[in-house]
Ligand binder design. Structure first.
Ligand code: 3H9
Length: 699
């Protein structure tokens, strides 16, 4: 018989409601029903004097069941029915938290009359990350228990807090989870059952305890970091309501603000993204029985920016890394850059001097391949040229022990060809880190034709250890992320030829929500990178004489971007602020005339559609080809690797939200409008056509 979601038992006048809904005790319908029934039973039983709500799994509760949101079935309502019944109980209710309480889980605890937990526990209200706000009284009860500023910080940032930072929330915080049962028993024995029951809703927020200007200032303060987001500002309004309105009205206001958020496409996008991120970890290429190899020692080939960043990930996770460079000076330089990085982090107070030394001690340098004989994983991060990479892999094949995983960090090259340079293609895989590799969360794991399932599984698990979000993809030029970005960069460049200014294009994209537009990004990365790729892919672009011609000219003039003080924009020494340059517009004008392209005023809407829709279209081709297993994987890659706004859910979710029929119509419109160019680049992917015609979505 399956265990019920809330087990009810009575022992020595204490009724226990034990939630059991693995993996995180989400407050789905069964749990909500179980809690209400439990409270009713306990109230009806004269033998019961005290009620305990707790859990028998690692979590107290991870909050409302997010997968139920799309069903619209909220009955019995968590806030107005379940938590109301708990708070209004005429018998004291004690929440005992053996593990974390998030979102609705913490709201449940706050509606109880007493809370007990242990020092190592954490709680939080992360709803803002789902595009909503705490909608079960969290914004009303928390400011009644902790200083208003602290409540605001928790609700608006969504960050979990150590329970030790919230002493006023808990009746008792014991040293360890093992002490909880005994501490609970003693606490209950000592309860004065004749005393008034302390209900959070009866507390009034002391208006003298905060500055009334706080809310406006807070909204102003988060304007930059929360740019484009809707929910954080509603979070502030909800907390403000707790300070201005009696509890019932405040709760009603919270409900209105919650609903307002829930109805936005941002909420749908962010909730999609929550599941997308987790779904990326569910892959078909292996199963539970697939073995995993130990990764206890790693080597990185190449101590440049990329190699150094990759190595730091492992040192940060306590895994020793050998860095190989053939030139001792390059090795020295690489190691000193890493030290400099750590020391800068320490200066900001995020690492101690001891941490720096510990991490540096895990990094050793070598100039000899022979020193890699005993490593479990090697990641190559050398110059992006097939012959160079193949030579490295040949050497690795000669020295590495059997079973060592041989990975390449290539961003464009064919991993099957690299694998063919070895006698063990089953051990070869792509680990495509994004720059700066020690910061960016994304890791594209690229399986080649012969990569063994256990190698894939080991790398997927290893990604978690080094705190990356891994997405498994297949081999093609640029894999998923860079293959799609090519379409976006190409279109930005073409728009400049047609008469848009770089500032206009960058502004449109920035307003859409990316951290910067394509021209600012290109200058920052270095225009020579794209130039080099174009040189090696002439066949791919030869049918389009307009392909990035302005960018090519700039690079040939030495204008390679920020590092040269000039690229598409100009830069003053030591300043990253782009300065528009008329001479670039002049080049665009001349090139347009040479190519017979008539310059015109281009609307912001056209710029947005022409940059984003071809990117989505490429995503559709990638799905059709099986390079990505699911649309949500592409979304994860774009949010974590390219700064696509999470409140749009990623490019494929964005397309779903606006409607695939609209994307298809626009693709066809530009295909017609742009003549040969349109024919070359705006042909809708068959999958887009099919789904649009069927009224379906990518996700
Ligand atoms: C809310 O409470 C609204 C209320 O204010 C108002 C309501 C009226 N629902 O992350 P993991 C699944 S909104 C459904 O890998 P971890 C997750 O998808 C909620 N499913 O584990 C995954 O499934 P799968 C506010 C959920 O240990 C599995 O559980 N709460 C939920 O690394 C394991 O998850 C939040 O925003 C859920 N609430 O991290 C907290 N939570 O195995 C959201 C998890 O099929 N959750 N799942 O892929 C989290 O932040 C993390 O999951 C948590 C555990 C920290 C709890």
């Amino acid at each position: 018989m399956s265990q019920s979601a809330v087990a009810y038992s009575v022992q020595q006048s204490v009724a226990s409601l034990i939630m059991h809904n693995p993996p995180v005790n989400a407050l789905g319908k069964a749990v909500r029903v179980g809690l209400v029934e439990g409270i009713e039973k306990a109230l009806a039983d004269d033998a019961v004097k005290v009620i305990v709500i707790t859990s028998d799994i690692g979590f107290f509760s991870g909050g409302a069941d997010i997968s139920e949101f799309s069903t619209g079935d909220f009955e019995p309502n968590l806030s107005t029915v379940v938590l109301h019944a708990i708070e209004q109980s005429t018998k004291p209710v004690v929440a005992v938290l053996p593990g974390p309480a998030f979102g609705g889980g913490l709201e449940l605890a706050l509606a109880c009359h007493y809370r007990i937990t242990h020092k190592a526990n954490k709680v939080g209200l992360p709803e803002v990350n789902l595009g909503i706000l705490p909608g079960a009284g969290g914004t009303q009860r928390l400011p009644r228990l902790v200083p208003v500023q602290q409540a605001l910080d928790m609700v608006v940032s969504g960050r979990p807090q150590s329970v030790t930072k919230l002493p006023s929330v808990f009746a008792e915080i014991v040293d360890s989870v093992e002490q909880l049962p005994a501490a609970t028993q003693t606490f209950i024995e000592n309860l004065d059952l004749t005393a008034d029951i302390p209900r959070t809703c009866d507390i009034t927020v002391d208006s003298a305890s905060f500055d009334p200007a706080l809310f406006e200032q807070y909204a102003e303060g988060i304007k930059k970091q929360a740019r484009g987001f809707f929910a954080p500002f509603n979070c502030i309004k909800a907390v403000q309501a707790a300070t201005e309105l009696p509890f019932p009205e405040g709760l009603q206001r919270e409900g209105e603000l919650f609903l307002e958020c829930m109805q936005t496409s941002q909420a749908r996008a962010q909730q999609h993204f929550f599941f997308a991120e987790r779904a990326a970890g569910h892959v078909q290429d292996y199963d539970k029985s697939t073995p995993v190899r130990d990764i206890k020692k790693v080597a990185v080939i190449g101590a440049g920016t990329m190699g150094g960043g990759i190595a730091m990930n492992f040192a940060n996770a306590g895994i020793p890394v050998t860095m190989l460079e053939l030139q001792p000076e390059a090795l020295e330089k690489g190691l000193s850059v890493i030290r400099g990085n750590y020391e800068r982090t320490a200066k900001k107070g995020k690492l101690t001097a001891e941490d720096v030394e510990k991490r540096m001690s895990l990094l050793t340098g070598t100039t000899s391949y022979a020193d890699l004989a005993d490593v479990d994983l090697v990641i190559e991060a050398v110059f992006e040229k097939m012959e160079v990479k193949q030579a490295v892999f040949k050497s690795l094949d000669e020295v590495c022990k059997p079973g060592a995983i041989l990975a390449t960090n290539t961003s464009t090259l064919d991993i099957n060809e690299i694998a063919a340079a070895t006698s063990r293609p089953q051990d070869v895989i792509g680990l495509h880190f994004f720059s700066p590799a020690n910061v960016m969360k994304l890791l594209e794991i690229v399986k080649a034709e012969h990569t063994a399932p256990e190698v894939i599984k080991t790398c997927m698990q290893m990604a978690k250890i080094i705190r990356k979000v891994a997405v498994l993809v297949g081999v093609c030029f640029g894999f998923v992320g860079n293959r799609m970005i090519e379409a976006y960069g190409r279109e930005a460049n073409r728009l400049m030829l047609e008469g848009a200014t770089p500032e206009q294009v960058d502004k449109v994209i920035y307003k859409f929500g990316l951290p910067m537009g394509p021209f600012t990004m290109g200058d920052m990365a270095g225009l020579d990178i794209g130039y080099f790729v174009r040189q090696s892919r002439k066949a791919f672009i030869e049918h389009d004489p307009s392909y990035c011609v302005v960018a090519d000219k700039l690079v040939e003039d030495g204008r390679v971007g920020l590092k040269a003080g000039k690229g598409v924009y100009l830069y003053e020494p030591g300043n990253r602020q782009p300065i528009p340059d008329e001479s670039v517009l002049e080049i665009a004008k001349q090139e347009a005339a040479r190519l017979g392209i008539e310059q015109r005023k281009i609307s912001d809407q056209e710029i947005l559609e022409r940059c984003i829709y071809p990117l989505i279209n490429e995503g559709a081709l990638i799905l059709e080809e099986g390079i990505a297993a699911k649309a949500s994987d592409i979304d994860v890659i774009y949010v974590y690797g390219y700064g696509f706004p999470v409140y749009r859910g990623g490019p494929m979710k964005f397309a779903d939200e606006i409607g695939l029929d609209k994307v298809l119509t626009a693709m066809n419109k530009y295909r017609e409008q742009l003549g040969d160019y349109g024919e070359a680049w705006f042909k809708p992917a068959p999958l887009l056509e099919k789904l649009a015609q069927q009224g379906k979505t990518f996700n």
